[in-house]
Design a protein around this ligand. Sequence first.
Ligand code: AHR
Length: 660
Amino acid sequence: MMKKIACTALLSTLAFTWLGASAQQKGDAAKPRKISPDLFGIFFEDLSYAADGGLYAELIQNRSFEYSPADNRDWNSMTAWKYQTDGFGYGTISVETATPVHPNNPHYILLDIQDEGQKGVGLENSGFDGIPVKAGKNYNFSVFLNAISDQSLPVKVALVDRKGKELGSSSFTTSDKGWKKYAEQIHVNFDNDSAKLVLLFKAKGKIGIDMVSLCPEETFKNHNNGLRADLAQVIADIKPKFMRFPGGCLTHGDGVANIYRWKNTIGPVEQRVEQRNIWNYHQSVGLGYFEYFQFCEDIGAKPVPVLAAGVSCQNSGGTWKIGGTGQKGIPVEEMKAYVQDVLDLIEYANGPVTSTWGAKRAAAGHPAPFNLEYLGIGNEDKITGVFEERFRMIYDAVHKAHPEIKIIGTVGPSPKGEDFDKGWKLADQLSVGIVDEHYYEKPQWFLKNTQRYDAYNRLRSKVYIGEYASWGNTLFNALSEAVYMISLERNGDVVRMASYAPLIARIGHASWNPNLIYFNGTQVFPTVNYYVQQQFAVNSGNEYLPGVIKMKGEKTVLDTTAGVSTVRDSATGDLILKIANAGSVPVSGEADLSKIGQLPKSATLTVITGNPEVKNSTDNPQAIVPQSSVIKLQKKWAFTVPAYSLTVVRISSRSMEKHK
Ligand code: AHR
């Protein structure tokens, strides 16, 4: 009897769970629903010179002489530098480590000038593919010098063109012995895309040199140790709801020693711990965690730091080609300290100024908290026992100490497969709030998979699509992403966040293609994919309204190449209609706005369209850009959108007021 009751109870529990789950398993397509207010954001990784030589405004390459063959087998402390003796001076130059500015920054140059010659003896830096400078602008120069001889040394710092013509300069004299920071401003009188910086000492003597820095006076929001203004602005113009950083693979690193440690990236730049970049270059970490948080705040994006789950990338040690077996775990006995680092990051971001780490944030100039809400643990890791053990340690500690933080788990590098399944299983066991899915696929994959999240169980973890892109930058690629993003809006109750990846790449140094934005020293080139991302982020909402737009035509054809969505943004009250058409024929339909309430007479219509095979290039950077116009609105708005197009109609609540 007992057994029977137990069985019945179990059955009814099962039935209840099953019915409950089925009721909520799929999004109820017919009902308006709340969707994530943080749906469309950006993914930043120091990949393809995105940070050093990219967003970070520093113009001197290898400013601290820390480049080494470990970064790149052709590199050393003198990479991007040249010993300068043009005026027939002479002496000796050496790379030293005996008495550095700071132990974290061991290498420096020692010059022993025996004859200063006609011009002085010193160093020349060629920047990142040359140093771009503009006439009429000021540049902030600084250097750490260790005057070893008794006498002070006259120093000249100049920006010169390839032929040696001076573009701007400044002079000063060393004072005191020991390491000291000198700062000068250089006013530049001529434009030049590929200048060099020359630092010359004009007397006999011994001098140590380190941390040679040159930044434009104007940085994004004019912060010290700031970001390149034009590039930062193009990123800001996406109006992303969040920014993930610092990666990607960079986060979990090439071997345990290469795991990105956030604490190494804060504080005075000369004290930060530089390291090899997994993408075969170097991280000065001048753009570190403080600067990431500050940039997020500047652009109104929620910060989404991602920390390694205590394991290195499975492709560590060059195992990319054989499927990745190089995952290594931080030794278990060191995990307590690692977990503490994770907790300390939360304190650094959100803690009061009286806390240990909150005080460090305040000392960096930001007493107010950064309002950290999301924290990623792991990046597309192989789900092994080694991973699981460490992930659980971190997850449990964060969950216990900070239940307010939304933890993002990881489910491998692909939209399906072993790691995907194991990652989801672990997320189910731990009830992880959000999991991070990644996929780089053909455009056709995106068009075929627009129903992926319709079937997701609403009772399981929410999803962050942390990295996705179709393989290319043509209009067709961008539209396949647009059609897919429509499906993300429809499923914005289960897909909490999504970010195209990667974000930016320096032309000539791209370790990964495609990217959302390309740049060189002086120009920034947004792709068509960028404009699609921007349209979705700028025109996002937090309520999804089904059934407002109906497409005519054969459903099965349209289902795979076109999509429509209607969202309302409660902050502005605006209503936004989107019609994405990646097909070769125009799409017609009707938007029924009769139930929307008061309608304004007009709305803004923005269209991205053109030849599907075209991409924005350096020769034709504006080949395909959004075009906006004003349209008259009717309660039943009949439309025909062109083949290969994204159409966005924004109905402003402010103009509704006007026409009341
Ligand atoms: O976005 C480029 C790389 O793709 C990321 O670093 C990694 O997470 C993914 O494999």
